[in-house]
Design a protein around this ligand. Structure first.
Ligand code: HEC
Ligand code: HEC
Ligand code: HEC
Ligand code: HEC
Length: 181
């Protein structure tokens, strides 16, 4: 039953990966977001992400284990060159080079913009400080973690682990600390 739910949810939500680069916004890369999102006062988003599995998702595809999985699934290419693996393991996969900024690195795996949308048009301070304006310019927020995370954490993953989403979120959460005014 649970598996059926995952399959249904996957069918409904997997297109989000393809929606990432609509409306002409382009990817600037995690380091560019990190220029502002790295201080403790801001919430240390950069280092939290660097220390998470998501930042290593591309590196993982270079391992023997990954190549073995790809071969077992019948792919002729190494995992790191296989579309069916890259689509969940990196940001900006399959995008035209013109959609990828100078600092963008595919090696950074599942990045800020995989989850928050390509940032070229919301990255400026005056836009970022106005949430509605940021959203109009491509910022994506998620109020339903269960549905969002399952976009990749589902049975289509060859190594699928049925994780508890709330516990998983605790491992990667990167909130802006509340200020005491
Ligand atoms: C020039 C500095 C700067 C850059 C670059 C920047 N941000 Fe921000 N961002 C901010 C500031 C400042 C806020 C906080 C606004 C506030 O506290 O209300 C913010 C808020 C956010 C929020 C929370 C929005 C909300 O109001 O809930 C998200 C998500 C976010 N940024 C993601 C990103 C991502 C992803 C990138 C890279 C594509 C990025 N930011 C690049 C300065 C920046
Ligand atoms: C674009 C696809 C994608 C999305 C969306 C995604 N993840 Fe992941 N996640 C991955 C991949 C790929 C890995 C494995 C990375 C590795 O080990 O190299 C992973 C690994 C993790 C891990 C580490 C698991 C472990 O066993 O150590 C946690 C925790 C996690 N994700 C939490 C989340 C949460 C919470 C969300 C939703 C807010 C989420 N992920 C959304 C692709 C995604
Ligand atoms: C639907 C999204 C998705 C696809 C497609 C996908 N992965 Fe992953 N991968 C994940 C997620 C999420 C994780 C972390 C937790 C898990 O295994 O479910 C992960 C983890 C991994 C890991 C680390 C697991 C471990 O236990 O060490 C390897 C290796 C891996 N994937 C290889 C591959 C290969 C090779 C392909 C292509 C044949 C692939 N993945 C396709 C989402 C995906
Ligand atoms: C695996 C997906 C994922 C990745 C990768 C990710 N985020 Fe987030 N982020 C979320 C989710 C989910 C939330 C909380 C729910 C929401 O969107 O409001 C969030 C919240 C935030 C917030 C708002 C916190 C608050 O308290 O309002 C900021 C700022 C932020 N992320 C910035 C970043 C930056 C910068 C990076 C990269 C260094 C990054 N995120 C990487 C999924 C992700």
């Amino acid at each position: 039953m649970k598996h059926l739910m995952y399959i249904l949810v996957t069918l409904i939500f997997s297109p989000f990966i393809l929606l990432q680069a609509q409306n002409g916004h382009s990817f600037i890369g995690a380091e560019a977001c990190g220029m502002c999102h790295k201080t403790e006062k801001q919430g240390s988003q950069l280092s939290i992400w660097q220390n998470s599995a998501h930042s290593k998702a591309y590196e993982t595809l270079k391992t023997d284990k990954a190549n073995q999985i790809a071969a077992e699934k019948g792919f002729k290419t190494p995992a790191v060159e296989t579309a069916e693996c890259l689509k969940c393991h990196v940001s900006g996969y399959g995008m035209d080079a013109s959609m990828l900024g100078k600092k963008f690195k595919i090696e950074d795996g599942v990045q800020c913009e995989t989850c928050h949308g390509p940032g070229s048009d919301y990255k400026d301070m005056k836009v970022m400080k106005d949430k509605d304006l940021a959203v109009k310019n491509g910022l994506v927020m998620h109020d339903n973690l269960e549905k969002f995370c399952i976009g990749c954490h589902n049975v289509e993953s060859p190594t699928f682990v049925d994780m508890n989403i709330d516990e998983a979120w605790q491992k990667i959460k990167h909130s802006i600390p509340k200020t005491q005014n």
